[in-house]
Design a protein around this ligand. Sequence first.
Ligand code: GRF
Length: 199
Amino acid sequence: MLKIAVLVSGGGTNLQAIIDSIEDGRIRNTEIVGVISNNAGAYALERARAAGIEALCISPKQYESRELFNDALLEGVNKLDPDLVVLAGFLVAIPPKMVAAYPDRIINIHPSLIPSFCGKGFYGLKVHEAALARGVKVTGATVHYVDEGTDTGRIIFQKPVEVLDGDTPELLQRRVMEQAEWIILPKAIDMIANGSVSR
Ligand code: GRF
């Protein structure tokens, strides 16, 4: 049984996709041992509680320094004793000491086809604004391992999504979530849980 800790910051639609996929068998041999958010108001925490999953907030606002927050975040994750840490719309930089503690055991979903529209400053709607500004005809989502960089780790899965005439950033974000993120993140977890993707 793969134990996963899911880190979230916002609405939690990717978390919900994981919860639903475990429920309906698309993700096998996996248990969510806890959900952690940096944002006390994240609806993702409500989604976790509704599913009976331990949900806690570890916020930088609660700590004197970023260093103390980083230590608390790592301690919170360690307490859950996960095999895999899943970043599902988590908007806080992962501390280097956490990357070192979980080598090839942290994965992230990014809403573009890396290496396009990724790296520092590319998150949420900003990714889709940049894709529309560049005029790409195809975008998509990427699941990758987390290393010391930002969106630079080994790519596990990608899924393309068509950009349509008249797309707004909001419309494009929703399509990328529905047609890519909510499919490849659960798929990656299932493959890791069942040995089909090497760590
Ligand atoms: C969305 O921008 C999504 O594309 C990215 O993180 C943000 C929040 O996702 N992965 P979620 O609804 O909190 O999963």
